[in-house]
Design a protein around this ligand. Structure first.
Ligand SMILES: [Zn+2]
Length: 292
């Protein structure tokens, strides 16, 4: 993404993977090819690859630097997890990106996870001597307590819901709590004047957006509240990965309505470069205007 500066805070990203990924008809059960085609023709070239018919989907971590803290928001898929294809893409780019950002693991103060899915918690932990340990030894990891409890329960039942089943919780989440580095928080959690949460449930049980405010400017990391710009044109198109698709659509429409025309910068994890955008209302739809 293009570096974003708001007040005395900067936001950059570390990209794990990028490029054409999924066809919209596979992603959105409500997809209507005619409507989709019409929208895609009007969207920015970065978001769709006509040759493959696939949407361009990026996996990235946001790095937020304030005068006081260095913070990561969402941590991609990580390494050594043994995930089957297509989630087995190379992991070196993320480590290279982390290093290129001039960061060291021990410099990270906080890690926010918007939700506890496979591609948002991966670098939370690393495998050391056969054990999953926190990657960032001095960081506090901020998880929503309801989100954590829901995936703990799924793991206990041996459930395999999209995004968070299987080894995601035992590899990426539980070891953080076991190490005493987790802050399990409520909907109204506020780290300080700069960071607070907005609950946007649906994609996952207690998905949250992370607000960042500095000197009167406001940015929001929206996690997976939307995966593609098409969902601004059609806010009711929830994905096959959503825990509760109807609730996800309500959360999305509410957020987009509030953000429209507000000047707040929106940072969806999966939107390709330049990633950051502003929302504009268009009747009961919305435009996503990339900040270039
Ligand atoms: Zn995701």
């Amino acid at each position: 993404m293009k570096k974003l500066t708001i007040g005395d805070v900067t936001i950059t990203s570390i990209i794990e993977r990028d490029g054409p990924w999924r066809k919209p008809e596979e992603m959105f059960p409500a997809y209507n090819p005619e409507v989709g085609k019409r929208h895609l023709a009007t969207l920015d070239a970065e978001v769709f690859d006509p040759a493959s018919g696939k949407m361009v989907i990026t996996y990235q971590t946001f790095v937020v630097r304030t005068p006081k803290h260095t913070i990561l928001i969402d941590t991609c898929t990580g390494e050594d997890k043994g995930y089957p294809a297509p989630m087995d893409f190379p992991k070196k780019p993320w480590l290279d990106g982390f290093m290129a950002a001039g960061l060291r693991f021990e410099e990270i103060d906080y890690v926010f996870c918007t939700h506890l899915h496979i591609d948002h918690t991966g670098w939370n932990t690393m495998l050391r001597n056969g054990k999953w340990v926190p990657t960032f030894p001095k960081a506090k990891y901020i998880f929503h307590k309801g989100e954590y409890a829901a995936w703990e329960e799924e793991a206990r039942k041996g459930g395999n819901r999209p995004g968070g089943g299987g080894n995601v919780w035992p590899y990426n989440c539980e070891p953080i709590v076991a190490a005493g580095q987790a802050l399990l928080v409520d909907d109204d959690y506020q780290l300080d004047d700069t960071f607070w949460l907005t609950p946007t449930p649906g994609h996952s049980p207690c998905h949250c957006c992370v607000n960042i405010r500095s000197h009167g400017q406001h940015a929001v990391v929206v996690g997976d509240m939307m995966h593609h710009v098409l969902q601004c044109r059609e806010p009711d198109w929830s994905t096959v990965f959503d825990w509760d698709p109807a609730q996800a659509a309500r959360s999305r429409r509410k957020f987009l309505s509030e953000a429209a025309g507000s000047g707040r910068f929106v940072l969806p994890i999966h939107f390709p470069n330049p990633t950051t955008g502003l929302i504009e209302a268009d009747g009961d739809r919305f435009h996503y205007k990339f900040v270039r």
